[in-house]
Design a protein around this ligand. Structure first.
Ligand SMILES: C[S@@+](CC[C@H](N)C(=O)[O-])C[C@H]1O[C@@H](n2cnc3c(N)ncnc32)[C@H](O)[C@@H]1O
Length: 320
């Protein structure tokens, strides 16, 4: 684990759980486990993603390989996708769960001969992405689900998904949809959080931190394991090329959000917001506060105890 250049935790994990319990009730939050809260979560969270989370339109975690938080980390996933676009000389790229369009809008200008399409379930995300992509002739955004990818989007040379397949309820069905959408020789890249295979051996409060993060980001079924995703892709006929655990690279960004969230929990002024703002929006502060513990363990230093979640990338290919 990266130790040296990250800031310390704002507080020990038991204290963080105490704050969350006092403000929201741990059990109250966890009663949403297994419930479908995706739409109200993203509807209510729009101002949070637009004004608090990070770069304009970005809805994913920063990956900073040097362990120091910087906004450049939000482009790490994009650079990898760009490598694959070049490797297969892609003409058509499909982004699943494209959110407010950050990734596709960053990629399109550098690849003017490539046609990009972003597919997302939420109309307000699609509209926001479409507005921000007005100036890009080779990028468009479409409403729809990766559980039922429209056939006119099939034939993509690169399909990618950043922090969205965690919401898939039927991995096999989605993997088949992805395989069907890919051209032979095409690449698939997914970045996401994953439950570690030994999730249940992590200390109970680290597991609780992970479950709180999952529920407060609407991943109410829990993150998938990387093994389950690989197996589903293989059953759909794709060849898994590699898997990389990038948890270390996610620490700086997670700690950045953790410190901002800690300020929220400590300040009585922010606590007044409870009476004004919608609950799923506010609960993003829980995800921010507990995020590092699920990836690093219960501290005081990274790796002192077992963690529960990894942040990983999976890459696969559709055989010719
Ligand atoms: C955490 S955001 C990530 C957005 C974007 N990939 C990014 O990196 O900024 C997850 C996105 O997945 C979308 N989503 C969830 N389930 C989906 C589905 N079944 N089909 C398409 N999009 C979905 C949500 O609406 C949301 O925009």
């Amino acid at each position: 684990m990266v130790h040296a250049r990250t800031t310390p935790f704002a507080m020990p994990l038991p204290k963080a759980l105490e704050h969350v319990d006092r403000f929201f009730g741990l059990d109250t939050i966890l009663t949403d486990e297994g419930c479908d809260i995706l739409r109200p979560y993203y509807q209510q969270s729009e101002p949070g993603y637009k004004r608090v989370h990070s770069e304009k339109g970005c809805m994913h975690m920063a990956l900073n390989p040097d362990g120091v938080y910087s906004a450049d980390g939000y482009f790490t996933q994009i650079r990898t996708v760009a490598d694959h676009i070049r490797q297969v000389q892609a003409k058509r790229v499909l982004e699943l769960g494209s959110g407010m369009g950050f990734n596709t809008i960053a990629l399109a200008p550098d690849h003017p001969d490539v046609q990009f399409t972003g597919l997302d379930l939420m109309a307000h995300h699609v509209n926001s992405a479409g507005k921000d992509a007005r100036h890009l002739p080779n990028a468009r955004f479409q409403l729809g689900s990766y559980a039922d990818i429209p056939t006119d989007l099939h034939g993509a040379d690169v399909v990618f998904a950043v922090e969205t397949l965690c919401y898939a309820t039927d991995l096999d069905a989605v993997a088949r949809q992805i395989a069907a959408a890919m051209a032979p020789g095409g690449r698939f890249i997914m970045y996401d959080g994953f439950r570690r295979a030994d999730f249940h051996q992590a200390p109970p409060d680290v597991q609780t931190a992970a479950r709180l993060f999952e529920v407060t980001t609407a991943v109410t079924g829990g993150f998938h394991s990387v093994e389950a995703c690989e197996a589903a892709l293989a059953r759909a006929g794709l060849v898994v090329l590699r898997r990389d655990d990038l948890s270390d690279q996610s620490i700086a960004g997670l700690r950045y959000l953790h410190h901002r969230s800690a300020r929220f929990f400590r300040s009585w002024k922010y606590r007044l917001l409870k009476h004004v703002l919608p609950v799923y929006l506010l609960r993003n502060a829980v995800a921010g506060l507990v995020g590092p513990y699920m990836i690093e363990g219960a501290g005081p230093n990274s790796g002192d105890t077992q963690a529960a979640i990894t942040y990983s990338v999976l890459m696969a290919e559709k055989p010719h």
